[in-house]
Ligand binder design. Sequence first.
Ligand code: GLY
Length: 341
Amino acid sequence: MRIKPTPNSRRTFLKQTTVLAASAGAMWHTGSSQAKDVDMPNQAGPVIVSTWPFGKASNDEALRILQQGGSGLDAVEKGIWITEDDLSNSSVGRGGMPNAAGVVQLDSCIMSGPGHKAGSVGAIEGIRHPISAARHVMEKTKHVMLVGAGAREFALKEGLEAAEMPIEARRQDWLKWKAEQEKNAGKNHDTIALILLAPDGHLYGGCSTSGWAYKLPGRLGDSPLIGGGLYVDDEVGAAGATGLGENVLRYCGSFQVVSLMERGATPEEACLETIKKIARKDPKGADLSINFIAVDKKGRYGAAGSAAGFTYSVTTTTSSKVLTGVGLTAVDLGPIGGNRK
Ligand code: GLY
């Protein structure tokens, strides 16, 4: 049954979360919201939302593809290509940081709202566009996820381009890291997640990352996991994550965001409430290092981070801009759950 966010269900959601927050004794301070919180009819054109300021170039390409008549999936894939090919970006694609063994292992997934289809690759090596490999898994196989050598072999068989990785600058960084032991580990996990409401009224999304810098070989983060780094429900909305994957995938973070929107939350409320829920169980505060973006079926969008200052990109036919999501800056852990003060 189709559950549409209605003003009534939104009131119910707000009432429930207020009661929950109050009963948990939680005190949340959030920055001022820049999210769009009014209905946007589809006729107003696509709404494209992605993580970080570097997502803006991907959004612009996605918009260009849509305006040329490309599909929502083409827009997601080709938009993400831009970030995957940006060698100055050390957390996505060819310019990504290697793992502890000096090997770049990339994670990516893609979802199509229509048909609730998904494809994913994890720890894929030497493929220029992991987002395309994920799309091929979705469209050309009966599976959802391929990893490691099998994913690479499949991508090459599908005619996808190989690429040398790491690039020299990242190899030098890795050599320095090896010399200095693990001092820098864990600094780098800035995924691109790109979600969009297409002019056809359907939702699509994708994400791509090189993951945690100097991770253990074989480590998968949230980005190849459907419901972790990305989730699309064509009746409700789409969400994507960036940050420390371990703190997203343990909670099926993007799935939670979409579920909250289904219960009537706005995209921004859903992102923030998901982070609150995670923070209540996992009181690391800003060290949670997680951020979510979301767009709903009405074209409303929003974002939130476990710390203030998470920036994300939003592109429509009339503007392309970088906004700041609301941030969780203080957490009073309440009596519910296990890991409390
Ligand atoms: N969010 C990307 C990762 O942790 O791998």
